[in-house]
Design a protein around this ligand. Structure first.
Ligand SMILES: C[S@@+](CC[C@H](N)C(=O)[O-])C[C@H]1O[C@@H](n2cnc3c(N)ncnc32)[C@H](O)[C@@H]1O
Length: 266
């Protein structure tokens, strides 16, 4: 693991825009500018980020308890924001082993915060691109036992990967080498509730040569084809087993536009 990749401050990066929404300090003026333009389209950007983090916390708690999972492969981890996935997993089961990956050099720079494991568990960070699933599985296989179930999570990541870049196929290629009893955990932004803002947001990304692939509920559900969805199935992120975690107050009655789901590989 090296930290020598340059950090490009000439254009916004999704990890840093998200960090700005979460009130973090690991972002630059270009990221803040983009975040503010997104806020002008929908003022609930920070609420979306918090609702998404809270889904990750609840899903990880469910996986560590009811799911009995002790191995986690998290792709598109983001800039560390406490509690991180390993802190939840190891609170439930201190022997949990976690591999984090992201392709943004800024995440690598901050990876030491992701590596503070419990003594009985393991955390590791791998710099990798989700569009190269075989490299990720190979690296993960050095830390995780791929003969035992793994919770594979891509949380708020797939809307940055287009169909042309094979978003659905890459999930298959990540899941294929994992054994029966593994889980897939996903969340994803959608334009289902406000097409106009969604189109404008896509335009903002396009102007900066970035992908924003907002998917419908049906397109999101297709990521789980062939798997057994855990109750309540595909839902709004805010509605996925709210009893398992902290309530996230959001303004107004309109849904926060993000879907989530957890499914078991048969
Ligand atoms: C919105 S953040 C989500 C962070 C975290 N998973 C969460 O939900 O709190 C999206 C993350 O996906 C990462 N990402 C985007 N495209 C990626 C790719 N092709 N390969 C790996 N990571 C990617 C970004 O760098 C960013 O850290």
């Amino acid at each position: 693991m090296t930290g020598n990749d340059p950090i490009d401050t000439s254009k916004p990066h999704p990890a840093r825009v998200y960090d700005w929404f979460l009130g973090g300090k690991d972002n630059y003026p270009v990221d803040e500018e983009m975040a503010k333009q997104l806020l002008a389209l929908d003022a609930r950007g920070p609420d979306m980020a918090r609702v998404n983090r809270a889904f990750m916390h609840r899903a990880t708690r469910w996986l560590g308890t009811t799911g009995g999972v002790r191995q986690f492969l998290d792709i598109g981890t983001g800039i560390p924001t406490e509690p991180n996935l390993h802190q939840i997993a190891q609170e439930v089961a201190p022997d949990s082993r976690i591999v984090y990956t992201d392709n943004d050099p800024i995440v690598l720079r901050h990876a030491e915060a992701l590596l503070r494991s419990t003594p009985g568990g393991v955390t590791e960070y791998v710099q990798a691109d989700a569009r190269d699933p075989e490299a990720i599985v190979e690296a993960a296989g050095k830390i995780l036992d791929l003969n035992r179930p793994v919770a594979l999570s891509l949380i708020a990541l797939l809307h940055f990967i287009s169909d042309e870049d094979g978003a659905h196929e890459l999930v298959r290629r990540l899941l294929d080498p994992l054994p029966s009893g593994s889980y897939l955990v996903l969340s994803h932004a959608t334009g289902d509730f406000d097409r106009r803002s969604a189109d404008q947001a896509r335009e903002l990304y396009q102007q900066r040569a970035l992908t924003l692939a907002l998917r419908s509920r049906e397109e999101f559900a297709a990521f789980f084809d062939g798997l057994e969805l855990i109750e309540p199935g595909v839902s709004l992120a805010a509605d996925w087993r709210p009893e398992l975690g902290e309530a996230v107050p959001v303004p107004g009655d309109e849904p926060i536009p993000g879907y989530a789901g957890v499914a078991r590989k048969p």
